[in-house]
Write a protein that binds this ligand. Structure first.
Ligand SMILES: [Zn+2]
Length: 506
């Protein structure tokens, strides 16, 4: 291929992949996996500048996506100088990218275009949004949405922040996912925890912490701390006083020495200097200690803290309060939350780190996929086993469960034959055979055939019967998935199929 064509093809590929993947990083990963380097033209030395091929980097993908020349435009003023952004020793620094509408000159259709201008603009918007998401994740900026802990919930294994993902049939089930491993090393997902259950647990503790009794206790604890600090402060003050006194004394000794006695004077001077340095060191230490202390709580603080404790729970529940507001309230008290969904079977272990530096640990029951969380798993499993043993097929079993008030946990919907089938699969409960545990009869009471009966009747293998059912040469039905087939085999079918077999075998 002509080198220019190869360059063009690669750049086309970048735009094409960005359409699917929507992230520069994603395109970079794709190119690396496919061992497709990117063309770059380093602008060093005399022109013409040769193209060199480099392993894809996110930045070079971004450069291609952000270059208006690929949308056919000649542009001037994409970047402006900003001396405040200059970093010494970094010659390229000190330039700030301008938004498209601030470009001084923008002439369209100057170069052959890889993409249309509209797509170029859409790409810029997508890149900006990605950047914003990334920053928000980095700084835990509260975002709109159902989940409260995004940005403060971390993985108990790897310490990474969990991401929010929506799952479920309608994509409305928020789940916190740790895909740190997956992202960085292409491994498996670390863990995932359902957001609503965890949010509820944390919100309960948050509100409990604001209970007036709790606040009074917290304030009392703070007062205690303050007293201890007071005692420590006294120690520090005494220490500072002592080193200052020693320095003063060394100074006096130096002052009184006769100038002729040079040797003594020099040694005393040195001592004085040492004492001064000691003063400096101790004062610095004292300063560090002091800056690590909290400001003492005044009576006014006390009153307003108790008032907040009264008002916040009301505010929390108010209809006008958005989840973004609630996130901010949580941040006031909770620094982060660490979760570990694998430590104990069926449980989620949680550690709440409060802003005060205190922390608490607890476990709660993980809700399992498809049954009522409040009803015990064992109760449900037991009931399904009983009803299954009573020869109820899945659809009937589901009806019975619904009548008894069981609901699926996920969406609080009634059970269906399908959910029961899934649960049976999971728990290894065998499928009910219509005639008990015996083999299916060749022919059912209503005259329809079982697979094995039809096979004997038509003189073929059971697998052929399955194939014929699949392609519609035979008609049959199952009461439910995993249940025996009931196949209608008419005399006409027999004649036709045997005729067909004769021709096929010839
Ligand atoms: Zn993790």
């Amino acid at each position: 291929m002509n080198p220019d064509e190869e360059v063009q093809a690669r750049i086309h590929l970048v735009f094409q992949k960005f359409r699917d993947i929507r992230s520069a990083r994603g395109v970079m990963c794709y190119l690396r996996e496919a061992h497709l380097p990117l063309p770059v033209r380093p602008l060093h030395g005399p022109a013409p500048h040769e193209v060199i091929w480099q392993d894809a980097r996110a930045s070079s993908v971004r450069d291609i996506l952000q270059n208006p020349a690929y949308a056919g435009a000649y542009v001037y003023g994409r970047k402006v100088k900003d001396p405040t952004k200059r970093r010494p020793g970094a010659p390229g620094s000190g330039h700030v990218r301008q938004p498209v509408d601030k470009w001084e000159i923008c002439l369209h259709n100057v170069y052959p275009a890889y993409i249309r201008w509209e797509e170029f603009l859409a790409n810029q918007a997508q890149l900006r949004a990605n950047q914003l998401n990334y920053r928000e994740e980095l700084h835990g900026v509260p975002r709109k949405g159902q989940a409260l802990l995004q940005g403060i919930v971390r993985c108990g294994y790897c310490g990474a922040f969990l991401h929010l993902r929506y799952s479920g049939p309608h994509g409305d089930f928020p789940v916190y996912v740790c895909n740190n491993d997956q992202r960085q090393f292409g491994g498996k997902r670390c863990q995932e925890v359902r957001a609503i259950a965890l949010d509820t647990q944390i919100a309960q503790r948050f509100l409990a912490a604001l209970h007036p009794d709790q606040l009074t206790l917290a304030l009392a604890a703070l007062a205690q701390l303050e007293q201890e600090e007071q005692a420590e402060r006294k120690q520090w003050e005494l220490r500072v006083e002592r080193v200052r006194y020693e320095a003063k004394r060394a100074e006096r000794q130096y002052q009184v020495v006769e100038p002729e006695n040079r040797l003594v004077a020099r040694s005393l001077e040195r001592q004085w200097e040492e004492k001064l340095r000691a003063v400096e060191a101790v004062e610095k230490e004292y300063q560090t200690w002091r800056s690590a202390r909290l400001a003492p709580i005044t009576e006014a603080d006390r009153v307003s803290i108790l008032a907040v404790g009264r008002d916040l729970p009301l505010l929390w529940q108010a209809e006008t309060t958005t989840n973004a507001d609630r996130k901010q309230m949580l941040h006031l008290l909770i620094r982060d939350v660490i979760v570990d969904g694998k430590r104990a079977h069926g449980q989620v272990w949680v550690q709440v780190n409060w802003q005060t530096g205190a922390y608490e640990e607890f476990c709660y029951k993980r809700s399992v996929r498809s049954y009522e969380a409040s009803a015990d798993v064992e109760t449900l499993e037991q009931r399904i086993r009983e009803l299954n043993a009573a020869q109820l097929i899945d659809a009937q079993l589901a009806e019975r469960l619904n009548a008894e008030g069981y609901r699926t946990a996920r969406l609080h919907r009634p059970f269906t034959g399908g959910t029961v089938w899934l649960l049976r699969e999971k728990w290894g409960i065998p499928t009910v055979k219509i005639n008990g545990t015996e083999h299916n009869p060749a022919q059912w009471e209503d005259g329809s055939y079982s697979v094995h009966g039809a096979a004997t009747h038509l003189g073929v293998n059971p697998s052929t019967i399955h194939h014929w059912l699949k392609v519609g040469k035979l008609t049959g039905h199952q009461l439910a998935k995993g249940m025996p087939w009931k196949i209608d085999v008419t005399d006409e079918d027999v004649i036709q199929l045997q005729e067909w077999l004769r021709r096929a075998r010839r």
